[in-house]
Design a protein around this ligand. Structure first.
Ligand SMILES: Nc1ncnc2c1ncn2[C@@H]1O[C@H](COP(=O)(O)OP(=O)(O)O)[C@@H](O)[C@H]1O
Ligand SMILES: [Mg+2]
Length: 426
């Protein structure tokens, strides 16, 4: 395996969120304040905690580690326990509230079954989990979705005795379980992640409103909702949800000063020997993190791509300085290749440079600041940039207008190249 040949047990630059366990706690750096805030919200309020922040900034990781810490810190608290559910929920625009509830309740059942002995003791819980096992093992139930509708569709009205499984019956068991397990303070922490996949605020609002009085209000479940691009903020101000969602907590990019800790935590965790040298060390990671406008997931992705390249070409050397030289050259080469494949007219390039100069996220209504006399006239140049994947526009389906225009990772690499490979990190 490639990581072995570099002297490590596992992928140092995995782009998945940090998991809610002891290892995750060691890998998460620079988030003491955020952890404290997330934990305060979850443990003191029964309303939905909400988190807003750019894609790849580290929202999910913070929430999962916070949940894990709460789980541990309440391990002696009996029915006041807060349990970390090691699973993330998403809701698609074509998914109904019942199907969503099925997924959530099935995961809650799995959590109790997986930790049966510990939890029965911890919460002094007299509850037979056997029937839940039968539910979870039923293939039709596990599959959910369309096949579920055929027998679980008319919820409550007609228990499907032929199959022996009706969905409402399952929901009732879980509600009883949660009721028996927790006081008003205790709960399973559930995360509804990536709300932005719903695309429009209107869809997101509809979905969450549908959950409001049901799974969001369920006793023994405490929710955290994460999303990017302002969608959580917009949902939180909906009159029908306002009372149930706590003002969003904004997660900002990890400070540059934390990168050294980030790399050393990973090296420490995964190294096979005392001298292992990571393919992308602190200096290189700071370099790419700064080029990519502090997007952690993008920086990890390119660090992983570079590692692959080292392996493919047999270029790995256990020497940090040499590796950094190779990394700079690789980044330069990659940006060159990106740029030479593009066909962007000068006016669009100028606009792109202006976007980058303004931090990479702009509103189309700001056309005047970019020297255009209408948003329509700026549109053409923006389209050229979109075609080259230098920027992406978020479109509001309800009125088809572009809400924000954001520079992509590829865009930032090209910007760096156009700026003459200046190391902005200093
Ligand atoms: N505080 C942190 N310390 C170390 N790595 C982090 C930290 N926060 C996030 N990461 C890493 O960055 C990537 C993006 O984090 P993630 O939580 O998935 O972001 P988001 O949910 O905001 O899109 C993941 O690979 C994760 O492992
Ligand atoms: Mg996430």
């Amino acid at each position: 395996m490639m990581w072995n040949s570099f002297g490590f047990y596992a992928d140092l630059y995995d782009t998945n969120p940090i998991t809610g366990n002891d290892q995750g706690e060691r890998l998460l750096v620079g988030r003491a304040a955020e952890l404290r805030k997330v934990k305060t919200r979850i443990s003191n309020r029964s309303s939905v905690t909400s988190i807003e922040g750019n894609n790849g900034v580290g929202k999910t990781s913070v929430v999962l580690v916070a949940a894990h810490q709460l789980d541990r810190e309440t391990s002696q608290s009996g029915k006041d326990s807060l349990l970390c559910l090691p699973k993330l929920f998403q809701i698609a625009s074509d998914e109904d509230a019942t199907e969503f509830k099925r997924k959530v309740y099935a995961s809650v059942a799995t959590l109790f079954i997986d930790r049966e002995k510990e939890l029965l003791r911890r919460m002094d819980l007299q509850f037979a989990l056997g029937p839940l096992r039968a539910w979870l093992e039923n293939p039709v139930f596990r599959q959910g979705g369309a096949s579920m509708a055929s027998f679980g569709g008319n919820l409550g009205s007609q228990p499907n005795s032929a199959s022996g499984f009706d969905l409402q019956g399952f929901f009732n068991i879980i509600d009883r379980l949660l009721d028996a397990a927790f006081s008003d303070k205790g709960a399973v922490i559930c995360v509804l992640d990536n709300l932005e996949i719903l695309n429009t605020s209107a869809t997101a609002r509809d979905k969450l409103e549908a959950l409001r009085d049901d799974v969001f209000a369920a006793k023994g479940i405490r929710w955290v909702v994460c999303g990017a691009r302002g969608i959580v903020r917009s949902v939180a101000t909906s009159p029908r949800l306002q009372g149930r969602i706590i003002e969003p907590l904004e997660i900002e990019p990890l400070d540059d000063d934390c990168i050294a800790d980030l790399i050393s935590a990973r090296v420490e965790e995964y190294r096979a020997g005392p001298q292992s040298i990571p393919p992308v060390g602190v200096r290189s990671f700071e370099y790419i993190y700064s080029i990519l406008n502090s997007n952690l997931r993008d920086a990890l992705k390119y660090a992983g791509d570079f590692s692959l390249w080292l392996e493919d070409e047999g270029n790995y050397v256990p020497n940090g300085d040499e590796l950094h030289g190779l990394f700079e050259a690789w980044v330069a080469d990659l940006s060159d290749r990106y740029e030479s494949a593009l066909n962007v007219p000068p006016r669009a390039w100028q606009l792109f440079d202006d976007f980058c100069g303004r931090g990479g996220s702009i509103s189309p209504s700001a056309f005047e600041e970019f020297g255009f006399n209408s948003s329509q006239s700026m549109r053409g140049a923006v389209s050229r940039l979109e075609n080259g994947d230098l920027v992406v526009s978020e479109i509001d389906e309800t009125d088809n207008r572009r809400k924000t225009i954001n520079v992509t990772a590829k865009g930032w690499l090209i910007h760096h190249r156009r700026a003459g490979y200046v190391d902005r990190g200093g």
